[in-house]
Design a protein around this ligand. Sequence first.
Ligand code: HEC
Length: 301
Amino acid sequence: MRHGALVYLGAFFALALSWTGFVLTPQMQVGQMVATNTVPAGARYPVARPGLAQQGLQVYRANGCAYCHSQQVWQQGTVFDVMLTDGGTNQPGVVAALQAVMPRLSRPEALQLLEGLPKPVLRGVSREEAESAVKKLTTSGAKATLWIEAVGPDLARGWGKRRSVPEDFLYDYPVLLGAQRVGPDLADVGVRQPDVGWHLRHLYAPASVVTGSVMPGYPYLFEKRRVVGAGSADALALSGDHAPEVGYEVVPKPEAKALAAYLVSLRADAPLFTAPFSVGASGGPAAPATNAAPTAGGGVP
Ligand code: HEC
């Protein structure tokens, strides 16, 4: 063989290159990942799922839920809101500062804004704009804070408050990201729907809780049996067409209970250094993020 060395080298580099791409690079990117802290609360994140929920992950896997459901929320970017929290004592100065920040604001409107704080002054602006507004307002004697809001189509659908990050899956094996979205993304479904009873009814007969649902039911995760005595405390509260005949009840098997526990454990509601947002930024009472670093990875993932 005249080109033996060349063939050998060719094969060697082809294999070395794919090993670098598929093994070494991912290992360098996420192989050393450890738990992190939420910002600004400083709580440990993530926390391992309860045992029942870990079993539920295997039920989720075995039933192919990932064929129709993803668990990865995408984020387009980060915008900033300016919240006025305190009007201070220098009213004319604050009104002037408000008018400098919001050029179209009239004096009476500015005075009205100063009542019933905290109120948003600017919404959805860039970091620079927001910071300069906060500076103007604080110089005038008022108190204003910067609020961070993650935005994107997935987030607008209510699928989460921030993008998914590798830490979200730290204690999961296997990671079931899913690639198709016949149904909604489930990365944050435990926050949207924390009721285990709802999930059980939905799994038994999706159309019993979501009118016109095209999700298949999983009745084999349940047992339909004759009511004995007072009946089971676990029996599903089904009504209408989906209710069992009189004298019968539908009780979840251990797999169904584990799966429901897993579904309510799916929450991506912790603000992190790499994916910050101010808790409650889209309304509601909240603590502003004081030491978050929105520049670090707040952009397109
Ligand atoms: C054939 C595709 C398909 C499969 C397989 C599937 N689903 Fe669904 N799922 C849907 C669709 C479509 C919806 C939206 C309608 C609804 O809520 O019922 C949905 C909705 C859901 C919801 C409610 C989400 C929300 O935001 O309200 C949950 C929870 C859910 N599915 C869990 C599961 C689990 C767990 C499995 C596996 C046991 C599964 N799905 C399998 C298609 C599917």
